[in-house]
Structure formats: C-alpha cells, structure tokens
Design a binder for this molecule. Sequence first.
Ligand SMILES: *Cc1c(COP(=O)(O)O)cnc(C)c1O
Length: 364
Amino acid sequence: MVPYLDLTRQYQAIKDEVDAAIEGVLSRGWFILGEEVAAFEEEFARYIGAPYAVGVGTGTAALHVTLLALGVGPGDEVVTVPNTALATASAISLTGATPTFADIDPQSYNMDPHRLEAAITPRTRAIIPVHLFGQSADMDPILDIAHRHNIPVLEDACQAHGAEYKGVKVGNFGDAAAFSFYPTKNLGAYGDGGMVVTRRQDIAEQVRLLRNLGQRDRYHHAMPGTNSRLDELQAAILRVKLRHLDEGNAARREGAALYDQLLAGCNVVTPKEMAYGRHVYHLYVAQSHDRDALRSHLDAHGVGTLVHYPLPIHLQEAYRTLGLGPGSFPVAEEFARRILSIPLYPEIRSEEIAEVCRIITTFA
Ligand SMILES: *Cc1c(COP(=O)(O)O)cnc(C)c1O
C-alpha cells in the first residue's frame, strides 16, 4: 500500500518544534494578528526575497484581496489559465470581474505566452499566470506582453513556494503574488492560511486594510474590507515549517528524479523541468493516453492517486455562463484527460516510489 499523501510523517519528524510553537501561542493567549503573524510575514518575505508580505486567511483570499487592491471589479476581465484550481477563477469572480483564459504550453503545463496576447481585450485589468504543480510559468514573455498593454500581473504561487525562474524565486515577478498554506502545499499549515507577497508598498498597505475590515486604527475604518486574517497558531506552526521548506523541496526533487529515472521507457509521459527554472514538485504529474485504466490499476494495487484537475475551469458548471464549450482550449482539455498525480511528498520512501513504478510498469 502506498498512500497518495501522509501528512503525519512530517509532524512526527518535527513534533517537538511544532508542539513548542503551539504551546507558546496558547500560553500567551493572543490569537489574531500578533507577534507570530508579524514575525512570519517578515521571515516569509525574506525567504522569497520581496520587501512586503501580508498574511491572510487562505490562498483564495490572497488572490481576491490583491485583485481588489489592483482595482479590479465588475465589468473587468482577468486572464488566467483553464487548468488551475477553481480558486483562481473564483477569486476573480468574487471581485465581480470575469475570468478569461489563455491556453497552456504542453511542455510546462503553464500559461502559453504565445496565446496570452489574443486573450487580452480592452477590458483586461489583470493577468494571473499560475505556477502550476511547483514549476514557474515562463515569466519574461508574459511580463513583456503585460507591460506593453500596461496590465498588472498577479502570480498565483499557491503551489510554488521556493520555485525559481531564472535563478530568482517566484513571487518576485508580478506586481504581487499569492501563496496558499493549505495543509498539502509545499509549505502547509494545520488549517487554512495564505500570504500576499509584493514589492509594491501601495498593494501591501491596501491588502493590510482589506484583510481586516479596512481597520487603520482600532475601531477606525478607512474602507469596507473583509475578515481574512492569518491566525497566530498557524503563523507559529508555519514559522517552524518554513525552516524545513528547503529540505522538503530538495527531497521532493530527489523523489521526482527517481520517478523520472524509473519511469523512463514506460508508456507514461513524465513531467518536464523547464530549462528556465527550478521545479519544486508540489505534485508529480505524469500523463497516460489510458489514464483512467492506469488509475484503476494503481488503485487495485493499493497506490493512491489524484487528478489535478479532471475538468478545466471553462467546462465547470460554475462557469457555464461564460459560454465556452469543449474545444475552446484544446491543449488544456487534452491535458485534463491524460494527467495523473502519483504520490510525491518529502517523507515518501524510495521503496514506495520504486513500488509505484513497478506497478505502473506492469500496466504499461
Ligand atoms: C491551493 C490553491 C489556491 C487556493 O488556496 P487556498 O488556500 O486553498 O484558498 C489557489 N490557486 C492554486 C493554484 C492553488 O493550488
């Protein structure tokens, strides 16, 4: 039996540090926007290499409030990709704007810069490239097009803590970036959490207000806002886990390299690390022309798998009103039929990877 993911292994490995951090918060008795959140914001900003980081409740909220800070609202359009977590599109919709899409590049699984320009209209107010599965989108040509049209860029870095593009960590390229600390992410809380990272002071200030009901000083509100705050317990836990992020990402890369090696010559397509960047393998996503049968085969042999994501955004019931039927984004649609996420996380054992590969081999 190889589980898709087992989060208890990491906890067991760092239990003493985590328990001490939790105990510290509980004994201080201060739970919202305190010293842990402030310290974690500073440490995460330093880790990414950006001047500002503002903790929020979720990755979805990080995207949402940043779009609001950029002035996105009803009647506007925001371009993203069709093969992302629904949260990316949902954050756009929550502002009143409409998501539009650029199809993806079949090598990187990320936004195809060649298709971006055609997706831009006079109503486009932001572009959200997603660093999907832990690999950076090709930022230079995307930023080029964005600058030419004077459109801000918001990086969806929810799956890419520590990933690099041309030697620089993602989160430094757009006007701002959104990170998620959902428990399964490369840097995961024991609950929900998110962060906006930016080098624009104006965005950082707006997000600070928006996350906390527009409150500037106690009970004095500069604007209406939402309630989406990272809490002290999660921040304390995330401070501990941030210290282990690089070693976790390195372990993911080793696991991915082992999969690449053992699956070479098999009847599956392994993910490609683009020459421009450093992949942190949030997920290891292989492709098979007989995906559903392969998935059943693995399941029958006790190997957990998932599909990220089986239905592109434009084909979801939630977005039926966009009127974008099958065939609108053929690369993303074909990709959705072929992809399979197989077990990869820092604590997976090499014998487990070998076992998964052996079972794939008996299928292919
Ligand atoms: C996880 C994720 C989000 C949303 O983050 P939450 O913290 O779950 O709200 C957004 N975009 C992508 C690409 C994600 O993977």
